[in-house]
Design a binder for this molecule. Structure first.
Ligand SMILES: NC(=O)c1ccc[n+]([C@@H]2O[C@H](COP(=O)([O-])OP(=O)(O)OC[C@H]3O[C@@H](n4cnc5c(N)ncnc54)[C@H](O)[C@@H]3O)[C@@H](O)[C@H]2O)c1
Length: 358
């Protein structure tokens, strides 16, 4: 807990039983904030995260409302009954690219209408709050118009070797890109038009405890699980069953541990006046970037496995970026924030969490 930073008194966390939301909720409960969570419990692990939060909260400090953010009446009622809030962390969302393709209407309702409902309820009932929105680097599109070089282990975009800053053009691709991008722009615009204090964080890949990874969401956790399963087979003297990846495995992301993400959201509240109206690219930065192939060799080394991980390649996923690394200088400059958990240390922690939750 960082005692130097200002602590919110009454904090609303949408998606507070998800991976990131529950980490942020736990942190603010430990800081002494009253925490109100709206979550539809759509995700695997949601109930477990709810119980985890409920068990650590002091009496009267944690309130959970099970509801759909697309329900305007419910959202407004929460603001009226539990507000005014001084901090709103808007993390509730449809998060999987695959689901956005199979059910684009639900994706749009949650991400666009849900965000709109939160913004309008905030404007009416918590006008002095800061709202932080968890957007995504997918708002920049697949970036496939860029030329990439290919090394043995990764793609590198020519001219953007150190990553991308916030000046990169928006280019919404896929239903998920469109819904997150539309919400990102609504959040940004509510500051411009109405003076509502909002900040947009465009996240790269985040991983850590309380993340219940699945095949299509939370790739670091998913591959940690695959590595642990293969290690177990080898220890039992069996041939490990292969898993699948999409594309060559040379696609690169900068990875950020949840502990650093929590610190970011706290710093934003502390510097609300400086960050209101701003957009930040957030990730682990170039020094914490990994391709799938690089991740697999790090996992093998950490687990001390006698052979490489066994996998098969599927076609490239739709709208998949070959390289995304966030240039995080702006967040450092305005928020005094930078990652502290490096990728290797974070992977060791992720393996421990994954093993414990298997
Ligand atoms: N984790 C990452 O790497 C990452 C990267 C980029 C952006 N983000 C964004 O951060 C946010 C949180 O991501 P996460 O990894 O914690 O995902 P998560 O799926 O663990 O959490 C999202 C939560 O939102 C809830 N939710 C979904 N639809 C809802 C609805 N209609 N009404 C109410 N609740 C609903 C889910 O039940 C879940 O608990 C998301 O908006 C996501 O797009 C995450």
């Amino acid at each position: 807990m960082n005692t130097v930073l200002k602590v919110p008194k009454n904090c609303l966390i949408t998606g507070g039983c998800g991976f990131l939301g529950s980490n942020i909720a736990s942190h603010f409960l430990a800081c002494g904030s009253r925490v109100v969570v709206i979550d539809a419990l759509f995700r695997t692990g949601g109930e477990s995260n709810f119980l985890w939060l409920n068990n650590q909260a002091e009496e009267g400090m944690f309130h959970f409302i099970k509801g759909d953010l697309a329900d305007e009446v419910m959202v407004e009622r929460v603001f009226k009954e539990h507000g005014p809030f001084d901090y709103i962390c808007h993390l509730g969302g449809q998060v999987a690219m695959t689901t956005s393709l199979s059910d684009p209407r639900r994706d749009m309702k949650t991400n666009v209408l849900g965000t709109f409902n939160v913004l309008e309820a905030m404007r009416a009932h918590s006008p002095d709050a800061l709202l932080a929105y968890s957007s995504t680097n997918k708002v920049y599109g697949d970036l496939n118009h860029l030329e990439h070089k290919e090394t043995d282990s990764r793609f590198v975009p020519i001219g953007y070797e150190n990553g991308f800053d916030e000046m990169l053009s928006l280019d919404f691709a896929s239903p998920y890109g469109c819904s997150k991008g539309a919400a990102d722009q609504y959040v940004h615009d509510w500051f411009r038009n109405f003076g509502t204090k909002t900040v947009v964080f465009r996240h790269s890949s985040i991983y850590g405890g309380r993340q219940f990874s699945t095949f299509d969401q939370g790739w670091i956790g998913w591959f940690c699980r695959q590595a642990l399963l293969q290690q177990r087979s080898l220890e039992d003297g069996e041939m490990p069953a292969s898993f699948t990846i999409s594309g060559t495995g040379k696609q690169v992301r900068d990875v950020l541990h949840a502990e650093d993400l929590v610190n970011l959201y706290h710093r934003a509240f502390d510097r609300a006046e400086q960050c209101a109206g701003e957009v930040f690219n957030i990730g682990g930065g170039l020094s914490n970037s990994l391709s799938l192939l690089e991740l697999f060799s790090q996992l093998r080394a950490i687990l001390g496995m006698p052979q490489d991980l066994v996998f098969e390649r599927l076609p490239v996923r739709q709208s998949d970026q070959r390289f995304f690394v966030a240039e995080i200088g702006k967040a450092h400059q305005i928020l005094g924030w930078q990652p502290t958990v490096d990728a290797n240390q974070g992977l060791k922690r992720m393996l421990e969490w994954t093993k414990a939750s298997m």
